[in-house]
Structures are given as C-alpha cells and as structure tokens.
Design a protein. Sequence first.
Lengths: 150, 106
Amino acid sequence: MKAPLNEVRLRFLSRSRNEAFIRSAVAAFCAPADPTLEELGDIKTAVSEAVTNCIVHAYPDSLGWIAVRARLFEDGLLELTVRDRGRGIENIAAARAPMFTTGGAERSGMGFTIMESFMDLVRVRSAPGKGTTLTLRRRLHSRETSPARS
Amino acid sequence: MEIRWSGEGRELTIALSGELDHHTAKEVLHTLDALMEERLPLDCTLDLSGLEFMDSSGIAVILGVYRRVYELAGAFRVERVPPQAARVLGASGIDRIVEIRGEAVI
Ligand SMILES: Nc1ncnc2c1ncn2[C@@H]1O[C@H](COP(=O)(O)OP(=O)(O)O)[C@@H](O)[C@H]1O
Ligand SMILES: [Mg+2]
C-alpha cells in the first residue's frame, strides 16, 4: 500500500462517553475526502461498534486504553484500526456470527454484522488475554466508480 | 438523549431524540423499563424521528420494548426512522421481526 495522504492516532480510556468523541473525531478526519452523508453515517456506525466492543467486552470490569488509527489514501480508501489490550476473543468465527453475544440483554449481538455490511473489509486479530485489533476499510465514493453496494 | 412519551390508557407513544449508543442506551433502557412496567401498553409506538445517530445498542433498546409489548400480546411498531438509523435496522435484519413504518422527513 502507498503512503497515506493523512494519518491520525488517538489513544483514550475505555469510558463510554468516549464513544461519541471518537465518532466525531473520525468523521472530522474523513471530511477532506468529501464523503456522502450515507458514507459518513456508515463509518461513524462502524467505529461506534468497534469502540463499544472494546469498552464492553475487552475491558468488562476495568478501564483500559483503546488506540484508534485512521489513514486516508489518495484513491479515497479509508482504513481504521481499533486496538485494545483486553480480554481477547476465544473463537473469532463464532463472535462474528449474527446474534452472537456474551453481553446479555443489553447487547444485540449485531455489531460485527453491521460492521461487515457497512465496510468493504473487516479483519479481526485477537489473542485471549492479550487483546484484539480490528481493521476496517471503506472506499469512499465507491458508487461513482463501481457498481452500487447491496 | 431525550425521551418523551404520550398517549392515554394502554396506548403509548415513545419518542427518542439525540444520539443512541451504548453510553446513552443504559439510561434509556432503565427509563423505558420503568415506563413499560407502569403503563403495560397494548398499543405501543416508538418514534425515532429525533435520532441523530443510532448503532446496535439501539437494536437492543428496540428489541427490549418489543419483547415487553409481545408479552402483553400488544401491538408494537417503530415509526419515522431517519436514514442512518434505517441503514442500521436494515443491516441487522430487525425489520423482519418488528414492524417499521415510514422514514423520518429531514
Ligand atoms: N474487542 C473485543 N474484545 C473481546 N471480545 C470481543 C471484542 N469485540 C467483540 N467481542 C466478542 O464478540 C461478541 C460479538 O460482538 P458484537 O457482534 O459486536 O455483538 P455485541 O457487542 O452486541 O455482543 C461479543 O459479545 C464479545 O463476546
Ligand atoms: Mg458490539
């Protein structure tokens, strides 16, 4: 991959009020690429899902650090990585399945399903006890250059 | 987040506005739980037109209300869904379980 046009890295505590902060920060980072309202909504939703998972599942009863890296490439590709040093995921395939949750009635188990439907790529790397790194990619303005997404 | 409700007797309309995420959903779940227990609605509408953002935490909120009304054999629908929230509902497939009526006008 060529060098990004721009890159930011943010590190913040796993406090739930930071969910709104990181959505706004990522939206502001994308603004120069002139995303459509729909693209912006999709990206904010995916970031919200990823960071909420760190807060709820990675650090269930403690505070920990979450690191987000956002990179924007010349061809309109946005790449986000969201990393925690928390509990990790035992079975990644099971975790990604629709409706799977270890979070009880307050969770829907639809986070991964939504990220997968809104992003072009969702990659999960995780080790139990060590943490999880999520990579999300979305090409902005994809409708103008390729067939409409479903 | 703001939660407002209206309606007489066993009819209840709940309107949510603001950003519905995991942070704000905790309070919403709490308030709606108490409200549903008090009103035991047989005809319940959730108006989402004031939502500026919603993620899968909102799905859990909607399913929570749906379950409470279902237990009473009442009718439940989600109304006036803004575009961003509509995409989340669509991706989650919840529109196959819960009746969704009309999109929000913006
Ligand atoms: N960062 C993470 N650390 C540990 N476990 C995770 C993480 N992200 C997801 N998981 C696991 O994957 C499951 C599914 O996640 P998701 O699809 O977002 O649904 P939900 O958050 O509603 O449970 C979670 O219930 C949890 O067990
Ligand atoms: Mg989740």
